[in-house]
Write a protein that binds this ligand. Structure first.
Ligand code: ZN
Length: 52
């Protein structure tokens, strides 16, 4: 059972190639600021979702 669901980047919606590391992709393809913005909006959305 070697079914690994493809990992994809939430920032650019690119699927990671087999053996490609999402962390590596994030570091080399995106700026820290992009990552921070994405994370912030996700976490804020979660918080708001809980509060409602
Ligand atoms: Zn990406």
């Amino acid at each position: 059972m070697a079914t690994t669901s493809p990992i994809y980047c939430h920032l650019c919606n690119e699927t990671m190639a087999p053996g490609e590391d999402l962390e590596h992709h994030l570091v080399y393809s995106h700026k820290p600021r992009e990552l921070a913005t994405e994370l912030a909006s996700e976490w804020e959305a979660e918080e708001l979702g809980d509060a409602m």
